[in-house]
Each structure stands twice: as structure tokens, then as C-alpha cells.
Design a protein around this ligand. Structure first.
Ligand code: G7M
Length: 251
């Protein structure tokens, strides 16, 4: 986790062991062994983990895919429909059977409403790595690919109310937030990521993140934008979807 400003001085004195690596003029590098209270590692446990979880966290080669609208219909969609990666944790949040006390904001409308909640990657102790997700109440919107002009009211609510709620609770202005969707997401129930602009959050790279404000603009220009467009994303070497693209001669 990021260091708190107050603890930086402790890091350089109290109980810290330093082993010199090299020294040159005014420059030197060390191995530093911080005391336990300053060496917290935020940990997520997935238990029991499925084969898909294991794959997600194994280091692997990655390959870029260019998915046309047709590829989505012929390859990706049938693949997603054949998979059974549980999104029970999402329903638990929407139904308040898990994490209910962590909800930051809710618009309860069943078609244009959502729940804003800290992502479990964020421990909420410091704003440096601020990370929240907005999960829509409406079921059946799998991803960016499903979005049409019909979803604009929902997307505008998430953008507007999400920014307001984060300003009110955490004092961080909308201009200091990166607000985006993943394509592809890991979980196929529409959700939007809110991260601190100064934080390089995992998954905010150009081949995965789509800014919500750009998504709204694109849908205003063309209601079918995301059904037509070729979308780029990376797949890991032993992902079954990569094999499907390879079999179709597309990767
Ligand atoms: O867009 P994508 O599907 O890749 O992102 C899902 C996001 O949901 C990630 O940023 C995860 O860290 C977050 N997330 C995943 N799970 C299983 C949970 C959870 O149980 N609770 C919360 N609060 N966030 C989660």
C-alpha cells in the first residue's frame, strides 16, 4: 500500500535496517528492510478458486486481439454465453447481502440506478490509490459492447452522481478522477471504475480502459457505435477465448 506522509520519517530511522548496495558521490542505493507496521501488503484471498481465477493471476504472455462487431457476434458472445464465471458477488452488493455497510452512494432506480462502492483493491486508508466501482442495478448489460443510446441516462447518472458522491465523501474533485469501463471486463455485468488520476491503477492501460465521458460522446454521435466498432484488447496465452480467435484465423 502507498506510504502515509506521517510515516516516511519512521521509515528512515526507527527499527529500519539498511544494507548499502553501492555509493557514488552524493548518490547511494540501499536494501531497506522496513519495520512490520510499515511493510503491510494488501492481500486478497480467493477461496475456493476456480480454474479461471488461477489463470487470471498466473503470469503469461499476452496477445492483442482486434475484435470486429462480427467477431463479437460470432466468436466472443457465444463464448461468454458458454462460460459460467459467477457474478454472485455483484448480486450480493446490489441486494445488500454483502458489503452493505461500505456503500458510498446509491441511486435505487431499477433501470437507470447504480451502487457506488469501494473496489476491494482499495483499503480506503489513503486517497493516493482511491478506487471505487459503480455497479448498475439493471441486469443483462454484459459490457461496453451492449451499450446503445438507450443506456445514456444510466451512464450520465453514473458519471454525474458518482463524481458528486466522491467529492462529498472523499473531497476528490471529478477533474482528479479517471472514470472508465474495461473492455473486456472480468465480470460481465456492467460496471464503471473510478480511480485517482494520479494512480496508475491495474487495468487502466489504453488496450483496456474506455473513458466514460468518451463512451457517452460516442453514443451521442452514433447510437450503435459499440456494436459496429472494432475493439482492441489483450488475451493471455492460455485463455480459451484466444484459442477461439486462433481457430477462426483471427489471431
Ligand atoms: O472491469 P473488471 O470486470 O475487470 O473489474 C471488476 C472490478 O471489481 C475489479 O476492479 C475488482 O477489483 C473488483 N471486485 C472484484 N470482486 C470479486 C469484488 C468484490 O467482491 N467486492 C468489491 N468491492 N470489488 C470487487
Amino acid at each position: 500500500t502507498p506510504f502515509q506522509e506521517e510515516s516516511i520519517s519512521d521509515l528512515l530511522k526507527k527499527h529500519t535496517r539498511l544494507k548499502l548496495q553501492m555509493s557514488n558521490d552524493i548518490y547511494s542505493t540501499y536494501h531497506l528492510y522496513p519495520p512490520p507496521q510499515l511493510s503491510e501488503i494488501k492481500t486478497t484471498v480467493v477461496y475456493p478458486a476456480t480454474e479461471k481465477h488461477l489463470q487470471k493471476y498466473l503470469r503469461q504472455e499476452v496477445y492483442l486481439i482486434r475484435e470486429t462487431g462480427e467477431d463479437y457476434k460470432n466468436i466472443t458472445l457465444p463464448f461468454i454465453q458458454s462460460q459460467s464465471f459467477s457474478i454472485q458477488w455483484v448480486y450480493n452488493i446490489l441486494e445488500k447481502t454483502a458489503e452493505a455497510d461500505r456503500i458510498i452512494h446509491e441511486n435505487p432506480d431499477s433501470s437507470n440506478g447504480f451502487v457506488l462502492i469501494p473496489d476491494f483493491k482499495w483499503n480506503q486508508k489513503q486517497l493516493d490509490d482511491l478506487y471505487l466501482i459503480a455497479i448498475c442495478h439493471r441486469r443483462g448489460i454484459k459490457s461496453l459492447r451492449d451499450l446503445t443510446a438507450e443506456h445514456l441516462p444510466l451512464l450520465r447518472n453514473i458519471l454525474q452522481e458518482g463524481k458528486e458522491a466522491i467529492l462529498k465523501r472523499f473531497g476528490v474533485a471529478g477533474s482528479q478522477l479517471r472514470i472508465y469501463l474495461h473492455y473486456q471486463p472480468s465480470y460481465f455485468h456492467l460496471h464503471v471504475h473510478f480511480t485517482a488520476l494520479s494512480y496508475d491503477a491495474p487495468g487502466c492501460s489504453v488496450e483496456r480502459a474506455h473513458l466514460l465521458s468518451d463512451v457517452i460522446d460516442n453514443l451521442e454521435l452514433d447510437p450503435q457505435y459499440y456494436q459496429k466498432r472494432t475493439l482492441t484488447f489483450a488475451l493471455r496465452a492460455d485463455e480459451a477465448l484466444l484459442k477461439k480467435f486462433q481457430e477462426a484465423g483471427k489471431a
